[in-house]
Design a protein around this ligand. Structure first.
Ligand SMILES: [Zn+2]
Length: 82
C-alpha cells in the first residue's frame, strides 16, 4: 500500500467558528468563561451572568445571576432532577 496523506483531518479541526464564548448582553463584549462554569462575571461591566452549556464547547447566557436563583430551582424541580 502507498502512503496516504492526511491533510483533511487538520482542515476539519480548524473550523472558522469561535467556540467557548458568548457575548455579554449588557456591554456586548465577547466573554470566554472557564469550561463548565455556571456563573461568569463580565470583566468589562461587572455584570454577573448565569451560564449554561449548550454543548461542552458552547456556553450560553441563561440570565442574570440575581434574578435566576429562584427560577432555576423551580425549573429543576419541575424537570424532576437532572
Ligand atoms: Zn459586559
Amino acid at each position: 500500500m502507498a502512503a496516504s496523506n492526511k491533510k483533511e483531518t487538520v482542515k476539519q479541526a480548524v473550523a472558522g467558528r469561535t467556540t467557548g464564548q458568548f457575548r455579554c448582553l449588557y456591554c456586548f463584549k465577547r466573554l470566554s468563561p472557564p469550561r463548565g462554569a455556571t456563573e461568569f462575571t463580565c470583566p468589562n461591566c461587572n455584570y454577573a451572568w448565569r451560564v449554561w452549556w449548550f454543548n461542552p464547547g458552547e456556553p450560553r447566557i441563561r440570565g442574570p445571576v440575581w434574578e435566576n436563583y429562584e427560577k432555576l430551582t423551580k425549573e429543576k424541580m419541575q424537570q424532576g432532577g437532572v
